[in-house]
Write a protein that binds this ligand. Structure first.
Ligand code: GAL
Length: 339
């Protein structure tokens, strides 16, 4: 690949690794370690015939990783968090490791991977292991991650949906997640559009392996998901989507000077997005390009007919003088356009 290519907003463009295979790393992120970018995500595989009522994305492989020096040529590094074929195991496939995110803990010297875990048979539900956060650790960025289990932040009452993890400049880390608490009258029978649903920020413990009791409900962000975080000039930004499953919808961003304080709704960052669909994508993650000011928003164009052929759309974030942010769609772009 010579440039980041996205095509028209209704096109699915394939990105290939250095072996010529389609890059299959859904909803993940990029972490820079000792001169190399590592891109990881859930490897999507075709749906089993009996995949249940919800369908959608799941894995029979695990979380995979690719590496690159230039963000364009990606070499496959293999599976870093593997599923098993043991029906007794929490990792029995198909399952979901949705929206996996890796951060490095400078004190313990471990890489910590969090994800939205949905156990076999990978249907979003409300029961134990159907709406949880999973965590795994590794001594090296691209080794085999050890699964430590799953749990829920705050209390067992709030179901976990989309999430991300963020490490700030003080090395404090947070999980940001879409928490759904049932309507008390309906209890566990609550459907997708009842009860209380809102983004929350929860501080992680010093080793990043568990939750603390310090958290904030982002009152301005009810019924939002797919959170991705950027930081610039003293402001944190969350870019989110609405809740329409695999159908794309209009993005909305929020900003704050402190992750655990109030967040201000600053509207849709997408410029000239005439279809109000985040350019027919949904956000995944933001990463920084080393030794530059550039921050890139990773988005995905879901291909519901064939999930492993979904497309990646990476757009530079523009940080405006009034401390708002913008995303502009381009069919092709190069890093040199922005440096
Ligand atoms: C999307 C969400 C994805 C996944 C999907 C499942 O709205 O952003 O992460 O959970 O729904 O239906």
């Amino acid at each position: 690949m010579k440039a980041f290519c996205h095509g028209e907003i209704n096109e699915f463009i394939e990105w290939h690794d250095t072996d010529g295979n389609i890059i299959n790393a859904s909803d993940g992120g990029i972490i820079y370690v000792e001169g190399t970018y590592h891109w990881y995500g859930m490897a999507l595989r075709p749906l089993p015939v009996n995949c249940g009522p919800y369908g959608g994305q799941m894995t029979t492989v695990g979380v995979v990783m690719y590496k690159s020096k230039d963000l364009l040529n990606w070499k496959y590094e293999g599976v870093i968090l593997e599923v098993t074929n043991d029906p007794e195991s929490e990792l029995f496939a198909p399952l979901r490791f949705e929206r996996p995110k890796i951060i490095y803990n400078d004190k313990t010297k471990k890489f910590v991977l969090w994800c939205h875990y949905v156990k076999y048979p990978a249907n979003h539900g409300n029961g134990v292991g159907e709406a949880d956060l999973g965590v795994a650790v590794c001594d090296t960025i691209n080794g085999k991650y050890k699964w430590l289990g799953f749990s829920r932040p705050i209390d067992n009452y709030g179901w976990v949906r989309d999430m991300t993890v963020y490490k700030d400049i003080n090395n404090d880390a947070y999980v940001i997640y879409d928490r759904h608490t049932p309507d008390p009258k309906l209890g566990d029978k609550t459907g997708g559009l009842q009860g209380d649903r809102c983004l929350y920020v929860v501080k992680l413990s010093d080793d990043y392996l568990s939750f603390t009791n310090t958290y904030k409900r982002i009152d301005t962000a009810p019924w939002r998901e797919a959170p991705a975080i950027a930081y610039k000039n003293g402001y944190y930004y969350i870019i989110t989507s609405g809740l329409t499953g695999w159908e794309t919808n209009q993005a909305k961003a929020f900003r704050t000077k402190s992750l655990l304080e109030d967040w201000e709704d600053i509207g849709d960052p997408c410029v000239d997005d005439y279809t109000n669909t985040t350019f027919n994508t949904q956000g995944t993650n933001v990463f920084c390009v080393e030794e530059t000011e550039l921050q890139i928003m990773m988005l995905e164009r879901h291909n519901t007919a064939c999930f492993e052929k979904s497309s990646y759309v990476w757009l530079p974030i523009r940080f405006n003088d009034d401390n708002t942010i913008s995303l502009h769609y381009t069919k092709n772009w190069r890093l040199s356009d922005f440096l």
